[in-house]
Design a protein around this ligand. Structure first.
Ligand SMILES: [Zn+2]
Length: 153
């Protein structure tokens, strides 16, 4: 049982609600993604992470795959290997922001930058999708940008 992480339906619902039904990393909501997001282990099960609410969050398939069993990544600015950003313990806005045009995630801290790079949060297909979402006013997500209230379209 240890390796196989079973997540009950109730636990999934609880985590999904806490995560706001969107990927904790690239912020893509399930409603736009059009597919069911995965429950991910913040500390991977292979590294001893438990299948408990404190260690679970919601992630899209791609973010989950790029994260894999990684817990650390390299920050290109400092060249240091740092822990990946933790969606449960750390505020997204403290570590990331949206580019001016709303299509790219910018890392603000070593952890933020390492997470953008490791999880490839600006993968080309996602940036292409975001640019369409920007056109219809779905993006960037409200609450992720301090200026979103005053933004003119
Ligand atoms: Zn994602």
């Amino acid at each position: 049982m240890a390796g196989k992480a079973r997540v009950s339906r109730l636990l999934r619902e609880r985590v999904a609600r806490a995560a706001g039904d969107r990927c904790g990393y690239c912020r893509t909501p399930e409603s736009i993604a059009g597919f069911r997001l995965s429950i991910e282990h913040i500390i991977p099960a292979s590294k001893g992470g438990k299948t408990t609410p404190e260690n679970l969050w919601l992630a899209c398939h791609a973010c989950n795959e790029f994260k894999g069993s990684r817990t650390h990544g390299r920050d290109a600015v400092t060249g240091k290997r740092v822990r990946l950003w933790n969606p449960r313990r750390q505020r997204w806005l403290d570590h990331f922001s949206w580019s001016e045009d709303g299509t790219e995630i910018l890392g603000l801290t070593p952890r933020g930058r390492a997470t953008v790079a490791t999880l490839q949060l600006n993968r080309s297909e996602l940036v292409a999708a975001r640019s369409l979402w920007v056109q219809v006013g779905w993006w960037p997500p409200r609450g992720d940008s301090a200026e979103s209230a005053s933004r003119t379209t």
